[in-house]
Design a protein around this ligand. Structure first.
Ligand code: DAH
Length: 355
């Protein structure tokens, strides 16, 4: 077998077996590199006699061309194979269903706090906050609540120490004290927040929400209190007319004190606020007791005013037709999904009330 034929046989099968570009490049340099087999054969050509040169040169050139064609075809084939493999592996199945995602909902209590805050801010109230863990002084003593008052009882209040000095605030009224101690009159604030009492049934939860209001200035009377609450209730329930009554009551921190009821009736199984002969209690209020003003070093001869405390959860239940208070705090996503508010689409219209 001639040298040319040997090379041909050896490399044709080598090329046949080559599976990747790296191997092909290696074969290529074995053949055509500086000291490659074909390059060397061209050196051999120079040593041939004139007679042999012609046939050898023609065989060698044919072999060279054949090998080059095979190599470039093979390169092309391998490249296409690689692209196909890549496409196969990186395939995106556009028919797959998207992964589901949930949009969070605004809790009705947060929604109602926002609504109430914006209603009061329109008539000049600013928002104050106080801590959930309060001291006995701010929660009771400064609010003129005597030592024997039943609210101080262990059965009612969550104390955090044996001396009964620290507690979970039982109402938002201590924010009145904090606000007046740190500033100078006039004061016109609301304070929404969590409050705690040892109580639990369908209408009571050990943690609930209140909103405190306080307006202290010169010449503030019960007339201002009435006007303010009348405006608030109409705005909150989005109605033009409201039936409201002040019932005498007692709170240690106000004198006189009153509870406010609003008129309602049931129509087609729904509560309609503002009409009818039934009464619903919604808040406590009164003129701030001079002792409270003395405790916070406000001149009670010069300044006076009113305060009120609203149960936020109750208002949320009324406005949005929610029956069980405990569901507010059970963190059931299905409940929140039903009663919660879309953060991007908060309704401004009154939705009607159910029993
Ligand atoms: N703190 C009272 C309560 O929790 C509610 C209240 C009544 C607040 C009268 C007031 C008020 O500011 O003037 O029952």
């Amino acid at each position: 077998m001639s040298e040319i034929e040997k090379i041909k046989n050896q490399f044709f099968s080598k090329l046949e077996e080559a599976k990747d570009l790296e191997k092909l490049n290696q074969i290529k340099s074995e053949l055509f590199g500086k000291n490659g087999i074909i390059s060397n054969q061209f050196k051999v050509l120079a040593t041939k006699s004139d007679e042999d040169k012609k046939t050898f040169a023609s065989e060698l050139n044919t072999l060279k061309n054949d090998l080059q064609i095979i190599i470039s075809k093979k390169v092309e084939k391998i490249k296409i194979e690689e692209i196909n493999k890549k496409l196969e592996n990186e395939k995106i199945d556009v028919t797959l269903p998207e992964r589901s995602f949930r949009i969070g909902k605004i809790h009705p209590v947060s929604q109602v706090i926002d609504e109430i805050s914006s209603i009061f801010s329109e008539i000049g109230f600013s928002v104050e906050e106080g801590p959930d863990v309060e001291n006995e002084y701010n929660n009771f003593t400064a609010l003129n609540t005597p030592k024997h008052h039943p609210a101080r009882d262990m059965h009612d209040t969550f104390y955090l120490d044996e001396d009964k000095k620290t507690l979970l605030r039982t109402h938002t009224s201590p924010v009145q004290i904090r606000t007046m101690l740190k500033g100078k009159p006039p004061f016109k604030i609301i304070a929404p927040g969590r409050t705690y009492r040892s109580d639990s049934d369908q209408t009571h939860s050990p943690m609930f929400h209140q909103l405190e209001g306080l307006h202290i200035d010169q010449d503030i009377s019960m007339g201002h209190l009435k006007g303010c609450l009348n405006y608030f209730i109409k705005e909150f329930f989005e109605i033009d007319k409201i039936k409201m009554r002040f019932r005498p009551s007692h709170f240690p921190f106000t004198e006189p004190s009153a509870e406010v009821d609003i008129g309602y009736e049931i129509k087609n199984d729904q509560i309609v606020i503002g009409e009818g002969n039934k009464w619903l209690e919604i808040l406590g209020c009164g003129m701030v007791h001079p002792n409270v003003l003395k405790n916070v070093r406000v001149d009670h001869k010069k300044f006076q005013g009113y305060a009120f405390g609203i149960g936020i959860d109750r208002l949320a239940m009324l406005k949005y037709g929610i029956n069980d208070l405990r569901a507010f705090f059970e963190c059931d996503y299905r409940w929140l999904n039903h009663y919660g508010f879309d953060p991007l689409d908060v309704p401004t219209n009154y939705r009607g009330l159910s029993k």
